[in-house]
Design a protein around this ligand. Sequence first.
Ligand code: MG
Length: 393
Amino acid sequence: MDTPKRIAVLGATGSIGTQALEIIGNHPERYRATVLAAGKRVDELAALAARHRPRLAIIADSSLLPRLRGHLEPLGIECAGGEAALEQCVAADDVDTVVTATVGYSGLAPTIAAIKAGKDIALANKETLVVAGNLVNRLLAESPSRIYPVDSEHSAIAQCLAGEDMAAVDRLIVTASGGPFRTWPQSLISRAKASDALRHPNWSMGAKITIDSATMMNKAFELIEAHYLFGIAPDRIEAIVHPQSIIHSMVQFTDGAIKAQLGVPDMKLPIAYALGENTRLAGTSRPLSLSDIATLTFERPDVQRFPCFGLAHTAMKSGGTAACTINAANEVAVAAFLADRIGFNDIYDTIAHTLATTEHVASPDYADYVAVNDQSRRLAAEHIARLEASTSR
Ligand code: MG
């Protein structure tokens, strides 16, 4: 490529966003950040913008816009605020690729706007495909946009599929670390606090995804994400617990062969592979030494201790807005757990209750997703309030 690829980073201050910016900053001959956006962390956004000099910086919480302007207008960097600015910025002429590294449902609207504008997407926001995978795929079919997965498991699958015929794929095998409670008995898990769950053994990530990893909701979401990304039927996608997090996922083929992608647990590799449109960037990650690792082990996921994991196939079988409801209830429940308002098992309880009580739309359009998301959040919040009232904490 002669001119650097111009990149909008949504969720610039998070774990994926900052690592993407490191890669962009280290390779000015390939990449330039033209738009940086963040939710609330205005000072961190300003610091990143001062370093990377995008044309535009956006803070989703518009009450923080004056503060952002104070930092960046002296540098000649345009500033904007609010969720609508996020949707507009992805369609700008000086954006070739959008990195969607925001957390949760908020990633959906800008991703859809990017597809409609024909931009490529480096997708780190798995909730986009979980909530509205059918809609996203319908839009992709009518757009020149391509989605490159940033999630390490899906990047691994894409790497295993390179050069293969999709008709020769038997199944996708998504690896899971098992999270911080992998070896804990049920009785201890039920008393776990946010501080326990935030101690992830292998990956350093944001708080929400770390809790999702502890409940294994993250793995459930990743099975759904794989279903929509690769067009593989739900009953041909499975998870296996692999505590070392060295194999990032695998593909089994119809001749019985399994291909796996291995590497040190470092998100820079999948980020760089996605930014490069599924090509390799030399020097991205520390080389893996197999003799240092010596042992790779595998276990079946335990749906009894981690019932959230079982919601993946519930969601894929139900289709429609089921996964949208699961995602919404999970976001509300995880926030309540992080605030120490509910217990660990109440996360699953809240999701199950919300799924049972929210309206299900079988063939949703965008407005249906918005309505179901709102209703699910309200019902989840009401359930949590009842849980709090019934527990003397
Ligand atoms: Mg992952």
